[in-house]
Design a protein around this ligand. Structure first.
Ligand SMILES: [Zn+2]
Ligand SMILES: [Zn+2]
Length: 338
């Protein structure tokens, strides 16, 4: 049995979770992460003593917000900071409530195996805590070097970790997967023999996003026709917040016809800055009778809750739960993706 974490640790972990849920600037998350490391090094007894004496801010990297959170955790200060964060980052479900309740897992997530901020075990625990029965680990493929994409060797190591974690997490399951890069010509950034070993494969474009429409159409059709590809990730690559980015252009009729024909689900990517595909394309995917997958693309535990956003969008567009592959059980999903 592992011991319960010290009060300061639980409070800091919760703050980080909520900051991520609220899409807070990464510097803010890092400040709390770093402070947590400093406090861990100090030890729980010292942290408690300093919280009570009000001397935490004399430590390097412990500012007023961390001080307030830790003192709150020991009952020697108010818990306003954390309470406020709980309140302001809550994801209120609207029309998508029923769809959200029908979701049983998430098919797109990242961990420290690539560019995620948390270990796979922490991602799995968070997925379980929000009611999922499974989480597909889809770290990036090697081509995406900025995201520490997985080489074949590291992918194999990850498969071992998944197997070990699943021993302790059962009945919860981590399914193996990858967010494999779609190369310029529509081929994929991992040999087919390895893709075939994975439970669920998401294929996404991450470079040459604005190539001519005709080439992009061919690229996406080629990718989704690969029998190992189960989901087409964030198909337009648009960004709608902060650093905005125009969507890719392609003939969506061809691409969605190919998705329907080759049984590749179209992802509704729930990241607030992506919201991809836009409504018009979701409607077109419905016309082509495509399956959908409502995925968080979480890079941190708190971001797993973003599926709520996608459920609201999908419900408004008339998406029924049976069309969404992650309303299936893990075994049903595996059968679909076999
Ligand atoms: Zn991606
Ligand atoms: Zn991703």
């Amino acid at each position: 049995m592992s011991e319960d974490p010290a009060p300061y640790r639980s409070a800091i972990d919760r703050v980080i979770y909520l900051l991520d849920r609220g899409l807070a600037p990464i510097q803010k998350v890092r400040a709390f992460t770093k402070a947590g490391v400093t406090l861990d090094a100090l030890g729980a007894d010292q942290v408690q003593a300093r919280a009570k004496a009000g001397t935490l801010t004399r430590l390097d990297g412990i500012g007023p917000s961390v001080d307030a959170v830790v003192r709150g955790a020991y009952g020697v200060g108010s818990t306003d900071y954390l309470d406020e964060l709980e309140r302001t980052t809550t994801i209120e479900l609207g029309p998508g409530r029923q769809l959200r309740e029908a979701l049983r897992g998430d098919c797109h997530s990242h961990s420290t195996w690539s560019d995620g901020g948390a270990e796979l075990s922490a991602m799995a625990a968070a997925a379980q805590a929000i009611g999922h029965e499974y989480l597909v680990a889809t770290d990036h493929s090697a081509r995406l070097t900025v995201a520490k994409g997985l080489s074949v060797e590291r992918l194999i190591e990850q498969l071992d970790e998944i197997e070990a974690l699943n021993q302790t997490l059962a009945p919860f399951r981590i399914l193996s997967g990858m967010e494999v890069d779609i190369l310029d010509d529509g081929s994929l950034d991992l040999p087919d023999e390895f893709l075939a070993r994975l439970d669920v494969v998401v294929a996404s474009v991450h470079h040459k996003i604005h190539m001519p429409a005709e080439q992009m159409t061919r690229r996406l059709v080629t990718a989704v026709a690969n029998p190992n590809v189960d989901i087409l990730g964030h198909c337009t690559n648009q960004k709608v917040l902060n650093k905005r980015r125009k969507p890719s252009t392609f003939d969506a009729d061809y691409v969605f016809a190919a998705c329907a024909r080759f049984d590749t689900a179209v992802e509704i990517n729930c990241r607030p800055e992506r919201q991809d595909p836009p409504d018009g394309l979701i409607e077109l995917a419905l016309e082509w009778d495509c399956r959908l997958s409502i995925d968080s693309d979480a890079h941190a535990p708190g971001q797993l809750e973003w599926v709520g956003y996608g459920c609201d969008r999908a419900a408004l567009l008339g998406v029924e739960p049976q069309r969404v592959i992650n309303t299936r059980s893990a075994d049903e999903l595996l059968a679909l993706c076999a």
